[in-house]
Design a protein around this ligand. Structure first.
Ligand code: ADE
Length: 357
């Protein structure tokens, strides 16, 4: 399977920095590894941890498509960022033995962007579009016949002399990913045969993710060290993978190189990631609502402006976990801090607020 991507992350690693514990990294010893994300991404269902229900149903879908010798139905994965939507698409491609083209809706601004990609697809290939809720109307309308009949309807000429040309496309599978399924237009949503929500991971699942990543990156970690990192990872493997690398830095520089429970907890305290996995921004958000707006409700625009963050970051990155952890509540009149949120920050909830819960 080849991954052709225009939105991959990158990593910078020293080849033998960890092994030699050499504090000076010379430029020639730095490896710019732009496939870093790929190296820790699981390639098959066995190494993909969590999302049990999704995996089981996908295994059946894939098997059926293979037996029928038909392309897979178009799929839509939704849920908070970092839960493995791109990763599961990569697993599907690899299990089907087909290539995957990875792009995201903001990169498909002009009609020619989406037309170009569709025309370059080969039979059976997977087209992955991230943030698919951000597709513009024109791109969506090009996609409808492409998804339904594997054709591209192109108009040539102007007004009276305009002609529509139907160009056949190879049978491909579209996998869309979004953090906001509700913002997808219903005609687009209706064209996906499989729609699945990705769930937050349990601490146990995240501990396995942490151990697997540590293994691949040659980081020494104990079981309780992995659990301590997992507990502060907000149910999100992308965060777990980020934290394990940050904690590994502390383990090498300040300790004996191994991540155990103490190393993990002390390092994460220094990084200001608390026992719930909340970072400075999350706590600032809760504090703001409590101190400036009596615990809420307060509108998202007001919160974003006061924190100098954009609304999308608050909605997509901070809120999903705060809501899931029960620290924040969304009401028709805005956001409110829950009794649990007050407790977490060690602030006493005013009695008039308590009555409202
Ligand atoms: N890395 C990121 N997501 C993962 C997952 N679900 N399983 C294993 N490793 C991962």
């Amino acid at each position: 399977m080849t991954i052709l991507s225009d939105n991959e992350g990158y990593g910078v690693q020293s080849k033998d920095y960890v092994k030699k514990k050499n504090p000076i990294i010379k430029p020639e010893n730095i490896e710019y590894d732009n496939t870093y994300e790929n190296s820790i991404r699981p390639k098959d269902f066995d190494s993909y941890i969590g999302q049990g229900a999704l995996k089981e149903s996908l295994k059946v879908t894939l098997e059926a498509a293979k037996l029928r010798e038909k392309p897979l139905d178009h799929m839509l994965f939704y849920g908070p960022p970092g839960l493995g939507k791109t990763t599961i698409a990569g697993v599907i491609a690899s299990q089907m033995g087909v290539d995957i083209r990875i792009t995201s809706a903001p990169a498909l601004e002009r009609p020619r962007d989406i037309i170009g990609i569709l025309m370059s697809l080969k039979g059976g290939e997977i087209l992955f579009i991230d943030e698919i809720h951000r597709l513009n109307k024109v791109a969506e309308e090009i996609l409808y016949p492409a998804m339904e009949d594997f054709t591209l309807d192109m108009t040539t000429g102007k007004s009276q002399t305009a002609k529509t040309l139907r160009v056949p496309l190879p049978k491909f599978t579209l996998i869309g990913a979004t953090t906001k399924a509700g913002e997808l237009s219903s005609p687009l949503r209706d064209r996906f045969g499989i729609i699945h929500r990705l769930e937050f991971y349990t601490t146990d699942e995240l501990s396995q993710v942490v151990q697997r990543t540590a293994n691949i990156l040659d980081i020494k970690i104990t079981e309780s060290g992995a659990k301590a990192v997992a507990m502060r990872s907000r149910g999100t493997p992308r965060i777990a993978n980020r934290l394990v690398k940050r904690v590994a830095d502390f383990a090498i520089v300040k300790y004996d190189g191994q991540i155990d429970e103490k190393v993990a907890n002390e390092s994460l305290d220094i990084l200001k990631i608390d026992e719930f996995g909340l970072d400075t921004t999350d706590r600032a958000l809760l504090n703001l609502i409590i101190e400036k707006y009596d615990g809420g409700p307060v509108g998202i625009e007001t919160i974003a402006a006061a924190l100098s963050e954009d609304v999308r970051t608050i909605e997509d990155v901070c809120e999903p976990y705060l809501l899931q952890a029960g620290l924040l509540q969304r009401t028709p009149r805005g956001r409110k801090v829950s009794p649990e949120g007050y407790r977490h920050l060690g602030i006493k909830m005013p009695s008039e607020q308590t009555k409202l819960f």
